[in-house]
Design a protein around this ligand. Structure first.
Ligand code: HEM
Ligand code: HEM
Length: 157
C-alpha cells in the first residue's frame, strides 16, 4: 500500500460527507422505524420522504465506505503517528469503523428489501457498536488535537 504524506481531497470530502450522513441516520430515523413497524404488523404506514432518505442515505454511506477502501488500497493513507502500539490501535480502529459502516448498511438493506426480522435486530445492535466506535474515534481525534498536539486533525482538513 502506498504511503502518501496526506489524505487526498476525495478521501477528506468522503470522510466529512459520511459524518453528515451518519448524523442524519441517527437523528432522523423515526419515519423508517414507523414504516418498519407498519410492515411487520401489516398496517398502512404514512408516506414520509424521510423513509427514502434513510434508505438512500444508508446506501450512500455504504458506497462511500467501499470507495474509501479502494482509495486506501490505491492512493494509500498517511502513516499514523505515535508509538508502534498506538499506530496499530489506530489502524485497527479505522478497520473496525469501516466494518461497522458496511455491516450496519447491509443489515438495514436486508431488513428493508428482504423483510428479514433478524436483520433489523442485527441493524439495531450494529448501529450501537458503530456509535461506540465513533465516540471513541472522536475522543481520540480530540486527544491528539488538544493533548498530544501532533496535528492529526489537520490531516483530515
Ligand atoms: C450505515 C448506515 C445506517 C445507519 C447508521 C443507520 C442507523 C439506523 C438507526 C440509528 C435506526 C434506529 C434504530 C432504533 O430505533 O433503535 C435505524 C433503523 C432502521 N434502518 Fe437504518 N441505518 C443505516 C442504513 C440503513 C439502510 C441502508 C437501510 C435500508 C436499505 C436501513 C433500514 C432501516 C430500517 C428498516 C430501520 C427500522 C428497523 C427497526 O426499527 O428495528 N438502514 N437505522
Ligand atoms: C460519523 C463519524 C465518523 C466516522 C464514521 C469516521 C470515520 C473515519 C475513518 C474510517 C477514518 C480512517 C480513514 C482511513 O485511514 O482510511 C477516519 C479518520 C480520521 N477522522 Fe474520522 N470519522 C468520524 C468523525 C470524525 C470527527 C467528528 C473527527 C474530528 C473531531 C474525525 C477526525 C478524523 C481524523 C483526524 C482522521 C485521520 C486520522 C489519521 O490520520 O490517522 N472523524 N475517520
Amino acid at each position: 500500500m502506498p504511503t502518501p504524506a496526506t489524505y487526498s481531497r476525495t478521501q477528506i470530502v468522503l470522510h466529512w460527507l459520511t459524518v453528515l450522513l451518519i448524523l442524519a441516520q441517527f437523528t432522523l430515523n423515526d419515519a423508517i422505524g414507523a414504516a418498519w413497524r407498519a410492515f411487520r404488523t401489516g398496517t398502512e404506514a404514512a408516506a414520509d420522504p424521510l423513509v427514502a432518505a434513510h434508505v438512500f442515505g444508508g446506501i450512500a454511506i455504504l458506497v462511500f465506505a467501499l470507495w474509501r477502501l479502494v482509495l486506501r488500497a490505491t492512493h494509500g493513507v498517511p502513516p499514523a503517528q505515535g508509538s508502534a502500539w498506538s499506530v496499530r490501535a489506530a489502524n485497527w480502529g479505522h478497520v473496525a469503523i469501516y466494518a461497522a459502516l458496511i455491516l450496519v448498511a447491509i443489515s438495514g438493506g436486508a431488513a428493508w428489501f428482504g423483510g428479514i426480522e433478524a436483520a433489523a435486530e442485527a441493524h439495531e445492535v450494529l448501529k450501537t457498536i458503530l456509535l461506540v466506535l465513533v465516540i471513541g474515534h472522536v475522543a481520540m481525534a480530540l486527544w491528539h488535537q488538544f493533548v498530544l498536539r501532533d496535528g492529526t486533525l489537520a490531516r483530515m482538513r
